[in-house]
Design a protein around this ligand. Sequence first.
Ligand SMILES: C[S@@+](CC[C@H](N)C(=O)[O-])C[C@H]1O[C@@H](n2cnc3c(N)ncnc32)[C@H](O)[C@@H]1O
Length: 322
Amino acid sequence: MLVQTITPNTTYEFAADVGKGLTKPGQKELLSKYLYDDVGSALFEVISHLPEYGLTRADERLLRRHGSDIVERLATPVSVAELGSGSGRKTRHILEALCRRQRTAYYPIEISPSALAMCERELRDIESISILGFEREYLDGLLEVAAQRRSGQHLLVLFLGSTIGNFDRPAGIRFLAEVRRILQPGDSLLLGTDLEKANVQLLRAYDDELGVTAAFNLNLLARVNRELDADFDLGQFAHVARINHQDRSVEMHLLSRCRQIVNIPAAELIIEFREGETIWTESSHKYSPEEVFSMARSAGFRCEAQWIDEQWPFAENLLMAE
Ligand SMILES: C[S@@+](CC[C@H](N)C(=O)[O-])C[C@H]1O[C@@H](n2cnc3c(N)ncnc32)[C@H](O)[C@@H]1O
């Protein structure tokens, strides 16, 4: 796989975002995209195998079962761009179905270089595929992919694993509308959405018994230590998963076990934490199946088909740009 990379100023941007998030009045926060450095991407891969985290298996079951049907509904010839591909393991079902029909160019778009490398190792053996990875933010990468397309070539965008749920609901619709603006009529978006389910099931999914999700969350502080020379004492923070009933989401926080002061020299910051105060690191919004239709419409898509898993409420949605 060829990889196009731009990484100037990333430490500077990271320091600026950490500074902004930790000095926010009220709730302190760190952006969830920073969970995915090399360690975070490896830990997320482990999470996707945990018995408590049924989401990835549901997504994969739907793609395996309906991959051929999904591909048959697409206008061809078609290239595939994937937003936040991660390891790309599940994507094989779509790419293999497509490669049986045509040679296929696949463009994973990732901010995590190690996830991009995993993705190439995972998918390079598929016959009739070419892979060009973009180490970029979602929309920057998609703009570049769209700029390369030849006339008559359609685009299928994959946004799997319910990563859309990391946006709050209005931001999620704005994001889908941005994707739509980059696409042309006849293009499509395959969107994975985790559906509402019992709170106890959700809390277990985001706070597993082995503590892998806790390590994934705490690694964000370890990353700030590694990259910005900070002195977070990881033992003095605890992983917490909470249901936000109003937002219909699960939130991940890092809770300060005591009153403490942390130095972050590369961000020129000294931050005080009260005992019990939290840093909000991620939200995962959950949807109703009907809500996905209206989100799609608001963003300028038509929902062509929706498939729902029987074991773990999760919907795969094929949205058409009109
Ligand atoms: C929840 S994981 C999902 C991975 C995979 N799609 C799946 O379904 O298992 C989100 C992925 O998106 C990537 N990511 C997060 N924020 C991003 C951003 N702003 N731009 C590009 N990639 C991003 C992360 O590195 C991570 O691999």
